[in-house]
Every structure is written in structure tokens, then in C-alpha cells.
Design a binder for this molecule. Structure first.
Ligand SMILES: NC(=O)c1ccc[n+]([C@@H]2O[C@H](COP(=O)([O-])OP(=O)(O)OC[C@H]3O[C@@H](n4cnc5c(N)ncnc54)[C@H](O)[C@@H]3O)[C@@H](O)[C@H]2O)c1
Length: 271
């Protein structure tokens, strides 16, 4: 380990179980010397797995529904108190589509579900930054990261309304990142991660095909949750101080591919 986050304080949203990307980020942040508060929606707490992570990483848990400004206010003020100062990093690792959960296709959305999914997956990022910004809770040269997927730029039909939510999320990173940069010297970025076997990821219809296709298409293969955590740590560290307003692809090269030899061979076999 490199002590990359020695003395840094943060909040990590979204560790549900040990497959969660946020779970790996928490483990890696702990190894790199950070102290942090873990948070998740009160309903997610019922699973109880987060207690194990808290114990392992010596952290406290503060439940917060990321769509509730009141919950986020409470989370941020208590975190600053518990950790003993302003925050150096925040991870937004939250996503949920009710349309996907209920099996409704993109062309037949229930707009109440759409609004809920947008609030949870996209607007929550604005709400979190709103509270951090207006309470002046971030340290200078702090770093805020949210996780996203390439369906924000390209068509992946079964990714459904999450594609639109991710496009919105990435836009918030740029727009809020401007104000955070100018006023507080804080950077804001999104990491666009490969398909990853987690609760949220596996909920997408046809996930296995999706996963294997991306793996065969990417020169380096799919990036794992742990590799995503490593990349996130680099963005929280002082080694990336001038990286901001970016959507950073962490996908083994998938996003710049047209076709790979492995995919071509697969089609030739099936002719
Ligand atoms: N798994 C993938 O294939 C993949 C690929 C690219 C990006 N991502 C993104 O990574 C992030 C983390 O997802 P994951 O794959 O680790 O899955 P995950 O299911 O482990 O994490 C999603 C988290 O969102 C939390 N959440 C849902 N509603 C919430 C609310 N109202 N308030 C607070 N938290 C809430 C859940 O409790 C859960 O902890 C998401 O933004 C997801 O879209 C995932």
C-alpha cells in the first residue's frame, strides 16, 4: 500500500454487500490510510452486511436516503463532527431504476417509476453536492467522484432509463464541478466503469451477454470492482489534483473499440 489517502477524511455512499464497488473502495481507502463514514439508504441497512464493513474499516455508519436533503444534511454535519474536520473525498455509488426492477421496457415506462429512478440515480448527486457546497464541508483540493456507465453516450437497449439517468449524472458532474472548482478548489469527476457483477449490475436484463460481450471487445478485458476501487483511490489522492469535469472511462479500452478479433471470430463461427 502507498499511504495515498493518509490523513484524508471522506464519505462513501453505496456499499450494499461485498460485491458493491463502494465496498471495495472502502476497503482500499482504509488500506491507504483514510478515515470515513459509510452511508446507505435506511432500507439497505436491513441486510446488515455494512456492519461487517464498518468493523473491518473502523468506520461509523450513518443511514441516509440520498434523495432526502434532510438526511444528507444530517449525514454531512455528523460526518464532519465524527471525522474531526472537513471532508477530502466523497464517493457517490448509487443507482436504481424502478422500471428495470419491474421489467418495464424503455418504450413503456411508468413515469412515476422514471422520476423515482432519476431522483435516486442522478438528482441525488446534485443534492449531495448542494449540501457539501453550501455547508462548506469540503477541504480545498478535495475530490468528489460518482460512478457511471457508457450507456450515457451509446445505445444499450436493456440499460433502459438508467442510460438517461447516467447522462444527467455526468452533466451534473460538469456543471457543479465548475462551481466547486472556482469557489472551493474541489474537483468533480465521473468514472465510467465496465459491466460489473453487483446487485445493481446484475439487475440489468441480459447482463451475462452484456458482460461477456464487453469482455471480449475490450483489449484489456472488463475492469473489476477492485480495479475500479484502485482508480477511484487515485482520484481521491493528491496525484490527480488538476483532473476535474471529466467523465473517465475505466473499461479496459471498450469505449474506443469498433470491433475486436474475438467478436469477429464468434460471428464467423456462427455463420
Ligand atoms: N455494476 C455495473 O455493471 C456498473 C457499471 C457501471 C457503473 N455502475 C454504477 O456503480 C454504482 C454502484 O453500483 P454497484 O454496481 O456497486 O451496485 P450495488 O447494488 O452494490 O450499489 C448500488 C447502491 O445504491 C444504493 N441506493 C439505492 N437507492 C438509494 C437511495 N435512495 N439512497 C442511498 N443509496 C441508495 C443501494 O443501497 C446500493 O448500495 C452505481 O451508480 C452503478 O450504476 C455499475
Amino acid at each position: 500500500m502507498y499511504n495515498l489517502l493518509k490523513g484524508k477524511r471522506g464519505i462513501i455512499f453505496g456499499a450494499l454487500d461485498q460485491n458493491s464497488i463502494a465496498w471495495k473502495v472502502a476497503e482500499r481507502a482504509h488500506e491507504e490510510g483514510a478515515t470515513f463514514v459509510l452511508t446507505n439508504a435506511p432500507v439497505a441497512m436491513r441486510m446488515g452486511a455494512i456492519n461487517e464493513l464498518a468493523k473491518k474499516t473502523n468506520s461509523q455508519i450513518i443511514p441516509a436516503d440520498a434523495t432526502s436533503l434532510e438526511d444528507i444534511e444530517n449525514l454531512v454535519s455528523k460526518s464532519v463532527e465524527i471525522l474531526g474536520g472537513k471532508l477530502d473525498f466523497v464517493l457517490h455509488s448509487i443507482g436504481m431504476s424502478v422500471n428495470v426492477r419491474k421489467g418495464l421496457p424503455y418504450t413503456k415506462q411508468n413515469y412515476k417509476y422514471t422520476e423515482k429512478g432519476w431522483d435516486v440515480s442522478a438528482l441525488s448527486f446534485h443534492k449531495v453536492m448542494n449540501v457539501l457546497y453550501n455547508n462548506d464541508a469540503m477541504s480545498e483540493w478535495g475530490s468528489i467522484v460518482a460512478l457511471t456507465y457508457m450507456a450515457a453516450q451509446r445505445v444499450f437497449p436493456d440499460y433502459n432509463d438508467m442510460a438517461d439517468n447516467k447522462a444527467y449524472l455526468e452533466s451534473i458532474a460538469r456543471s457543479f464541478g465548475y462551481f466547486f472548482g472556482v469557489e472551493k478548489k474541489v474537483r468533480v469527476n465521473t468514472i465510467s466503469q465496465s459491466p460489473t457483477r453487483t446487485t445493481a449490475g446484475s439487475g440489468v436484463k441480459g447482463f451475462d451477454g452484456f458482460f461477456n460481450y464487453a469482455d471480449k471487445m475490450s483489449p484489456l478485458g472488463n475492469a473489476t470492482a477492485l480495479e475500479c476501487a484502485d482508480y477511484t483511490i487515485s482520484l481521491f489522492s493528491d496525484l490527480t489534483k488538476k483532473v476535474t469535469l471529466q467523465n473517465l472511462f475505466h473499461d479496459g479500452g471498450f469505449s474506443n473499440m469498433g470491433v475486436s478479433q474475438a467478436i469477429i471470430e464468434n460471428f464467423e463461427k456462427n455463420e
